[in-house]
Design a protein around this ligand. Structure first.
Ligand SMILES: C[S@@+](CC[C@H](N)C(=O)[O-])C[C@H]1O[C@@H](n2cnc3c(N)ncnc32)[C@H](O)[C@@H]1O
Length: 358
């Protein structure tokens, strides 16, 4: 990994946690210094989340109170992101539509990349308790990039069985390899700059240049349907899987897993692994403005990304520091007064800070 973060006073590590409002941390960070942000703020749920150990308050005077709180933070997120940077903004039905408008204004609506629907659970069992609405089982994750030049590592998931049975139903007798047959004509025609030429007696726009088609033919990768229409043989064992789409149904919440630290709203590492792997490279700098139980820190450490986090709750700071220490990750803990501190020993037992914390 490259050198640490020279712009942070007291810098000793690639992992730094600030016990303070993320607005204050952002103001310490230079413009265009961060590669990726994942922001998982309070969702305007109107709830006070509390377990025996941890908790935070998500109750507000009203919607404008919440939006007035998040708007300046979002502006700062934009300022600190590099021109190649990306931000993931995690929310749910309470304010996703307001945050979309705010984020469109902040980052520019043309910089909107995706809205990911993360289905957290398959169903809510509250119909028997009188709920009269469809089960709310998904979160929304809004993704914006700072420019067209952003990091993108395509992710793949397993094909579903029905698709495999349908598409990869051919088996090569000599090798036993399963394959699908794909169209070789180019759907976009001339508009997509595809080459038009005669192949196998048919004049068409083709997906590949004439040279590549001849090469594929030579490799035995082209077969003729009904003895006439050329089709491409795609072997299953060469495929990476199905490119990941924007509806994620394969990641379960932490409640039943060993990761569960009983931090309310803790996000699964699988979700963050997917986000961080897609939109950053090893050695790049990640910022989490709402650290909670430290899920992003743990994943950044495992994926060799540098990490800065902010968290207003002392108990959450403690949970994160302990979680990262258990992984062998050395974190510089900064109480907000810019003194580098060591983990755990200097986190106050109950450090409720004054002022609105979210
Ligand atoms: C939804 S939780 C984050 C959960 C986290 N992603 C995880 O996996 O554990 C939001 C967190 O933001 C913290 N928070 C609220 N307002 C904040 C602020 N202004 N600056 C930093 N942290 C804040 C809360 O204390 C809470 O821990």
């Amino acid at each position: 990994m490259g050198p640490s973060m020279p712009f942070l006073p007291g810098d000793r590590s690639d992992y730094v946690l600030f016990h303070e409002d993320c607005l204050e941390t952002c103001r310490r960070l230079p413009s265009a210094s961060i590669d990726l942000i994942y922001a998982d703020p309070p969702f305007f749920s109107g709830r006070s989340y509390n377990t025996d150990e941890y908790g935070f308050d998500d109750r507000w005077k009203g919607l404008s109170d919440y939006l007035d709180w998040i708007a300046p933070r979002m502006k700062e997120f934009k300022r600190i992101l590099k021109p190649t940077g990306t931000i993931y903004l995690h929310c749910d039905w309470h304010v996703s539509h307001y945050l979309k408008v705010l984020a469109d204004r902040t980052f520019g609506h043309t910089r909107f990349l995706n809205e990911i629907i993360w289905q957290r659970q398959s169903s809510h069992n509250d119909a028997s308790q009188g709920s009269r609405h469809f089960g709310r089982v998904h979160d929304n994750i809004l993704v914006y990039t700072m420019s067209r030049k952003y990091v993108w590592n395509q992710q793949y998931v397993q094909y579903d069985e029905a698709y495999l049975k349908r598409a990869y139903r051919h088996v090569e007798p000599e090798s036993g390899r399963k394959y699908a047959l794909g169209d070789l004509t180019a759907p976009g025609g001339a508009t997509k700059n595809n080459a038009r030429y005669e192949f196998a007696g048919m004049e068409r726009y083709w997906r590949y240049s004439q040279t590549n088609m001849l090469e594929l033919l030579g490799m035995g990768r082209i077969v003729y349907a009904r003895g006439k229409v050329p089709l491409l043989k795609r072997y299953l064992d060469e495929m990476k899987g199905k490119p990941l789409q924007d509806v994620w149904t394969d990641i379960r919440p932490v409640s039943t897993s060993r990761q569960n630290l009983h931090y309310p709203t803790q996000k699964p590492e699988a979700l963050l692994t997917r986000i961080i792997s897609t939109s950053s490279s090893p050695g790049q700098l990640f910022y989490d403005p709402f650290v909670g139980s430290g899920s992003t820190g743990a994943v950044c450490f495992k994926l060799s990304r540098k990490w800065i986090g902010s968290e207003v709750s002392a108990r959450a700071c403690r949970a994160s520091l302990n979680r990262l220490a258990a992984l062998g990750c050395e974190v510089v803990f900064n109480s907000g007064r810019l003194e580098p501190l060591t983990p755990t020993s200097r986190v106050p037992e109950d450090g409720k800070r004054s002022g609105r914390t979210g």
